[in-house]
Design a protein around this ligand. Sequence first.
Ligand code: ADP
Ligand code: MG
Ligand code: ZN
Length: 614
Amino acid sequence: MQEVKTPKKPFIYYLLIAATILVLLNTLVFPNVLKRQVQEVGYNVFMQMTDRHEIGSVNITQTEILFTNKDNTEIFKTGIINDPGLVDRLYDAGATFSTEITEEMSPLLYVLVGYVLPIVIFILIGRLLSKKMMDKMSDGANPMNSMMFGTGKSNAKIYVKSSSGIKFADVAGEEEAKELLSEIVDFLHNPGKYQEIGASMPKGALLVGPPGTGKTLLAKAVAGEADVPFFSISGSEFVEMFVGMGAAKVRDLFKQANEKAPCIVFIDEIDAIGKKRDGRIGGNDEREQTLNQLLTEMDGFDGSKGVVILAATNQPDSLDPALLRPGRFDRRIPVELPDLQGRVDILKVHAKKIKLSDNVDFDAIARAASGASGAELANIVNEAALRAVRCGRKFATQADLMESVEVVIAGYQKKNRILSDKEKLIVAYHEVGHALVAAMQTHSAPVQKITIIPRTSGALGYTMQVDEDEHFLMSKTEMENKIATFTGGRAAEELIFHEITTGASNDIEQATKFARAMITRYGMNDEFDMVAMETVTNQYLGGDSSLTCSMETQTQIDQKVVTLVKEQHEKAKKILEDNILKLHEIAKFLYENETITGEEFMQILNGNQIPEKL
Ligand code: ADP
Ligand code: MG
Ligand code: ZN
């Protein structure tokens, strides 16, 4: 992908330079250049020239005598000497007396040459330059704006197709998104096919999804696939200090796009300008003007001309509804976190860039990296390659990849943080507590692996969950079991040490979140029935929720959340009590080995003998 961009300096900048040059010229250069060449000679030379009648005109001042030769080509000067007969002798010699012979130029001429002339020259050069610039970029923005502050021009990067560009093949696991986008590419290539039947292309498509899922990558792939110019600009680049500049940039961008049609305009992170206009007094004027301009421009251009607008965001619900209505961004392309197969594909795409041993099982790695985004998977592959180099190998192995899954998700192993034996024991029981509660409820291996080696992320232990079969519904019982599992760690601590620690803070957060969602959003509470108590915003960035009920109901909700979590906590304690021997056994194994796999876990649980670890 090649990028073409013209840098530009503001007018003020040129003005300053011009002023500096002017001052320098007048202080250093002109005083010497503009002075006439005057030769200083002795009085005897003056007397000789007088005698030989060689004086043209003469000017006798208080301090010196200035005189010229007969042809007035040279000026001389000499000092004053008390010489009474001088004037008569000069008169006899035919000299004319003139006050016009001076060392200095005439003041008028000086001002003309020193100041007016340079300014005129500057203006002429400026005219010429700005005319050239205008011609070149046919700047649609208010020229005054762009000249004064250099901001009225969109700084969109223009990509032109090149063989090294990103293609759809480089984006894995987003099949639906790719399909929708390839249709747009196809339209730009063969518009006739669509016009024949009367179909018109959507003017805009909005890529929506969590961070790191490949939205920007997809847009770049579109640029790489389509044989048309591709303008790429980030939403934040429209946000300017001066009101109106952002709007000018939008105008310029669309003017350029219209000239280059068919083409694609990509606005990344559009939420920077597309936020809902809230109508508050003193709201963000600049952003609103920019948005208004964008809306106008999107209405204004002719879709059949072949300008397609792509935009990406991870905050779709904060976007202004006007932006989303049909005729503007009427196609919404979800770019979700990849599923298992998607993760395998993404790993394979990135694995092509590094040297791998032949026996790598991508499926196992993808399972371990459940919930990872495309960006994280790319990072996992790279970390594996780095680890291989660190270990002095020529290629990365399965173990490298597995370790880097943990690195990317939980951070590096902390070599220097040594847990005391007591702490290590608590962590072992805590983690096994979670796993055992989960296992007893589902009767299957709940974890892939547990380690109790501290991580740089601050986690003291790390549990790699089994990637459950892909399913999209969760029953009430499953949700309750999940809460019980979250409380299992703390329950084990209570049961074994009769003391609780701070290690459960994350569990508490999660359990509360689940319990609250059950009551306020999923209607899993008899009393509230199917009434929504909460709305979720920002679903791709953590999902903030806000309550939509009265104060009294809020109090009730809080009570119900507490009751629900408490119930499950008790249940977890009961499960562990019933299986306390297994708890001891597995925790001992984990304490001694620092790592336990799902298989080993199930073997102990089912009463089988574990083969000695190497
Ligand atoms: P965002 O959705 O936040 O714009 P990006 O497109 O910038 O994410 O993705 C960041 C990086 O993650 C990409 O450069 C690429 O290396 C990797 N990546 C993300 N999704 C995918 C995918 N579906 N296939 C291959 N690589 C991906
Ligand atoms: Mg992005
Ligand atoms: Zn825990």
